[in-house]
Design a protein around this ligand. Structure first.
Ligand SMILES: Cc1ncc(C[n+]2csc(CCOP(=O)(O)OP(=O)(O)O)c2C)c(N)n1
Ligand SMILES: [Mg+2]
Length: 347
């Protein structure tokens, strides 16, 4: 796969088209129907929760939030392959993978309410907290990969970064280190076309982002990040390579951020309606849904039922989070052994 789709050819790996039709039978992954429907339902859960969080922010019930809207197939592809014992090294736009790893929606809500309990994942093993300093998490991933190799463990570390993050020194240091030490890390670039308002076209002079793997002597591939099957297959192959000692792998997942950069951004200032409409055709959920409906595995009726149910869940979670917030501890609780007098004086 990595030879056939070398980034030097600027060729994108796809399995289904925009209508959900299989166009690449050679690389179609084997996933049984029951599991596939479960994956789709999980994607729907993540999308519904994501849209709900944005609406909570508009109501003043949650703070700044970076929407995942439109990028769900990437998170789901990794989420379906990652194992409980693997490492998840997130940036901040991977809600679906976090949920797949066992992070709860409640913890995510708490995080975006600024509560430290939102970084204390109780059910998710080997999952680092959300990382906002762009690309800094990749250095941790390379180090984790080194430790996995040193300890002779059969594990993979999955690390995320955005297209903008590839311009950070940390990205280059991490991929270089990982390449030199041949560590089992899968780097996933979510190329959602923008770093806030900066389009990928002015982010780099490279023909694509996956091509950066060539300079570091690691395998790389450009994949349609809105094609769930393509994502799944690429991540599955990358994991196999890592487990065989042939890692790391750099994946550029090409997608589109349908929402704003964060809830404090207004994308209409820097992109056109025509551009948004063109990407709408490639929406990852629509494509997978079309595939499932064609195979008789899903229906619009079932979808409507599930969305109502999921909205209800997320409302319940939100109410619980409000209760936790009311009982929050002082922000210096874990810093000092007893608060300094000056902090108690309120001046
Ligand atoms: C080191 C650092 N510099 C700047 C910022 C401010 N900042 C937050 S998000 C962002 C853009 C990130 O773009 P990209 O890597 O494409 O990820 P995306 O937000 O599109 O998922 C910037 C510059 C930051 N968080 N950290
Ligand atoms: Mg981006």
């Amino acid at each position: 796969m990595f030879k056939e789709y070398t980034p030097l050819k600027n060729k994108i790996f796809q399995v289904i088209d925009n209508d959900g039709k299989v166009i690449n039978t050679k690389w179609m992954p084997e996933i049984d129907s029951e599991r596939l429907v479960k994956i789709y339902k999980d994607m729907l859960f993540a999308r519904t929760a994501d849209l709900q969080i944005v609406s909570y922010q508009r109501q003043g019930r949650i703070y700044t939030y970076p929407p995942n809207y439109g990028q769900e197939a990437i998170a789901a592809g990794v989420g379906a392959v990652i194992k409980d014992h693997d490492w998840m090294v997130p940036a901040f736009r991977e809600l679906g993978t976090m949920l797949a790893k066992g992070v709860t929606l409640k913890e995510m809500f708490l995080y975006f309410m600024g509560n430290e309990e939102g970084s204390n994942f109780k059910n998710a093993n080997f999952t680092l907290p959300i990382s906002v300093p762009i690309a800094s998490q990749l250095i941790h991933a390379a180090g984790i990969g080194y430790a996995i190799k040193y300890n002779k463990e059969k594990k993979v570390a999955y690390a995320f970064v955005g297209d903008g993050g590839t311009s950070e020194g940390d990205f280059h240091e991490a991929v270089n280190f990982a390449g030199v030490w041949k560590v089992p890390v899968v780097f996933i670039i979510q190329n959602n076309q923008y770093g806030i308002s900066t389009p990928t076209s002015v982010q780099t002079a490279s023909e694509n982002l996956a091509i950066k793997s060539v300079a570091y002597g690691v395998k790389g591939i450009m994949v349609d990040g809105n094609d769930f099957f393509a994502m799944y297959r690429v991540v599955e192959e990358a994991a196999k390579l890592c487990l065989n000692g042939e890692g790391p792998v750099l994946i550029e997942a090409v997608t589109y951020r349908k929402g704003a950069h964060t809830t404090s951004d207004d994308p209409s200032k820097y992109r056109t309606k025509e551009e948004e409409d063109a990407w709408e055709e490639k929406d990852p959920m629509k494509r997978l849904k079309a595939y499932l409906i064609d195979k008789g595995l899903w229906s619009e009726k079932e979808e409507a039922k599930i969305i109502i149910q999921r909205r209800m869940y997320s409302n319940i979670f939100m109410l619980r989070c409000r209760t936790i917030l009311k009982s929050r501890r002082n922000s210096t609780t874990d810093i000092y052994n007893g608060n300094p007098v000056r902090l108690n004086n309120n001046n």
